[in-house]
Design a binder for this molecule. Structure first.
Ligand code: 5GP
Ligand code: MN
Length: 365
């Protein structure tokens, strides 16, 4: 397998990994399969090293229920629930690793603690990510926006670290738990290998993970066939009552207010995948899903007095970027075909903003 990485960065990170005793691994807000997979996969491998580092995973907000089966998910420190513990782990860390996000603000108030820790105490920091334009906060940066998942990046990096003859401590094989986590991230960030997945090396990696004992069919079932009845009814409601189609622009928009979410007992993760569904319609190439949420105390500084905010998710097919639209209109960004953003205000205002702007950004072909 060809290495993507500069030899120097691989070695620099290897020397940090080999000597660290207290590692904190951070990943993004509303952790998805790749956030969980890349950060937990790395944790399982690090914990198997003969140097026996203590490794703590920290997430800004709780992961969805359908990822709670992931090995060691129950040991993750959730900043929103226990900020003191999360800050203790940051304080103790002699190495901080960030996976699957590119800027401290993408991890909310935990990002502020991260920035404080880095500027007060200067622990080394490694970033492993696949989003465009990483902010300059880490000492060693593995940023590959062309990679479909951060989990695949972790797999490729571990392979590189294992091959360094002068770092025998890193020559540990991936454990089954590590392999299962990395597979989960690769699977979820490619929609079960249905987008961003057109190159043979990905399947070589999948082959190696299955060889290590990963039960890919079981992972699929645990992730994709584990929804609640409420979530299924919510999907039905979205598609039947809430999907607006803009035919000239091949676009669909679904928006949900807090009241509607409450009606369906909305839980974290229940919205997962809804944004992709309108793309199943012939001639629909763009899809946008918006949901209203309440502003958390730590976000009030950005909220300009608003009590609600709207989380925007967009998807597209082919050569039709949505990241510029999300960046310019919703202060967000992301990948060409999968982006998002946020809007402080009501769901009605967010929909209006979308409708005022989509013709300037989306293609009517
Ligand atoms: P999702 O729709 O799954 O929440 O996000 C899809 C992708 O869009 C993420 O992987 C991330 O790259 C990007 N994204 C989502 N929300 C935001 C945001 O608020 N700001 C930025 N910069 N990117 C976002
Ligand atoms: Mn990812």
């Amino acid at each position: 397998m060809i290495s993507l990485f500069s030899h120097e960065s691989v070695r620099q990170a290897a020397s940090l990994l080999a000597k660290s005793q207290h590692v904190a691994i951070l990943t993004h807000i509303s952790p998805d399969g790749d956030a969980m997979g890349s950060s937990l996969g790395l944790r399982h491998w690090l914990q198997s090293l003969s140097s026996q580092p203590t490794v703590h995973n920290i997430v800004p907000t709780l992961y969805p229920d359908f990822l709670s089966w992931m090995p060691a998910a129950d040991t993750i420190c959730v900043f929103e629930k226990d900020p003191e513990q999360a800050c203790r782990y940051l304080q103790e860390a002699d190495l901080i690793i960030c996976t699957d996000f590119n800027e401290p603000y993408r991890i909310g108030a935990l990002g502020e603690r991260l920035v404080e820790t880095l500027s007060d105490r200067h622990p080394p920091c490694i970033l492993i990510d696949h989003h465009l334009h990483p902010a300059a906060f880490a000492d060693v940066v593995f940023s590959y926006p062309e990679m479909p998942s951060a989990s695949e990046l972790v797999f490729r990096l571990v392979r590189q670290w294992q091959s360094l003859a002068d770092f025998p401590v890193l020559q540990q094989p991936l454990t089954l738990d590590a392999a299962t986590c990395l597979y989960t991230g690769m699977m979820t960030d490619t929609g079960n290998f249905s987008f961003n997945s057109n190159y043979p090396e990905m399947y070589e990696i999948v082959g190696q993970l299955v060889q290590m004992g990963v039960d890919k069919d079981a992972v699929y079932n645990k992730v994709f066939n584990a929804y609640s009845a409420d979530r299924m009814r919510l999907v039905g409601y979205c598609l039947y009552q809430k999907m607006k189609i803009f035919p000239e622009y091949h676009t669909a928009l679904i928006s949900l207010s807090r009241r509607e979410l409450y009606r369906f007992n909305f839980r974290s993760g229940d919205a997962e995948g809804i944004v992709n569904m309108p793309l199943q319609i012939k001639d629909i190439y763009y899809s946008c899903f918006m949901r209203e949420d309440k502003v958390m105390p730590a976000e009030q500084v950005f909220a300009n007095g608003s009590k609600t905010k709207v989380k925007i998710s967009m998807r597209s097919q082919g050569d039709r970027p949505v990241n510029v639209f999300c960046h310019d209109v919703f202060h967000g960004g992301g990948h060409k075909n999968a982006s998002g953003g946020e809007f402080y205000g009501s769901i009605g205002d967010a929909v209006q903003l979308f409708e005022q702007n989509y013709t300037n950004y989306l293609l009517n072909i």
